[in-house]
Design a protein around this ligand. Sequence first.
Ligand code: SAM
Length: 263
Amino acid sequence: MDDSDRVIFTEGEFYQGHFDSREYFSAYYSSPSSGDDFLPFVLQKLHETFSSGNIKGKKLIDIGCGPTIHGIISASKYFEEIVVSDFTDSNRREIEKWLRNEEGCFDWRPTIEFVCELEGGSRSPEEVEQRLRQIVKQVQRCDVRQENPFHPLTMEPADCILSSLCLEAACKDLETYRRALGSIAALLKPGGVLVLIGVLNESFYFVGQEKFSCLVLSQSCIEETLRNLGFSIKQVNTLHPKETDKEYYDAEAFFYLVAQKTK
Ligand SMILES: C[S@@+](CC[C@H](N)C(=O)[O-])C[C@H]1O[C@@H](n2cnc3c(N)ncnc32)[C@H](O)[C@@H]1O
């Protein structure tokens, strides 16, 4: 194999120049009822996790949120403060636009309405939007490859960390993935909860015409890494995408995992 055959893993710097937030939104998040099964699956699981009332506290951090807020809708009822973070400037700008309700921001209304229905109508979509805009206190740059992903900031440990589809996109090999999960664990209080959402055995996905790499991971490898870091795994669910949904990625399955930091 010569150098021209070698596939370069698309790390954070590539996202900075090539990740189109708008394309990403329309490909994967425009509505829970019109896309593939992933979004309803994840919204349902997040609803079940947080509506139990057992996972709550002062602070939740979303690591590698991209331009999205769907992950924090259910949780917004149970925390005093949410920090969202991502490596890519344009993604953070999209979130800031939504938080300020600026003209042309993404329309998260269908997704918020879906969650409100899951909640049995206990909150209206307007209340949820207002709540999110009030409790997302920070939109921060982060780099999961760093020992302190928020360097030069020192982040107070959180009660809950959520990370969706970020680590396998950010980490070019298993060693980097393990270190990144270790850095994330260090941002959690003892007893704190990690909600990790990701893909199994995926090597690429598309956003528009742009192809992004993905670290190929098995469920056992992810679970073993978490156990070695002192997590107790509480729940793992998987969703196998329909073949027709697999035009833009080659994932074998999506996973939804909840783990508690025991030390
Ligand atoms: C597939 S998107 C996931 C976005 C969102 N969490 C979701 O569930 O749809 C991957 C995200 O990882 C971010 N990312 C890539 N490298 C990163 C790094 N080193 N540190 C933090 N985030 C990174 C990208 O900017 C992008 O927003």
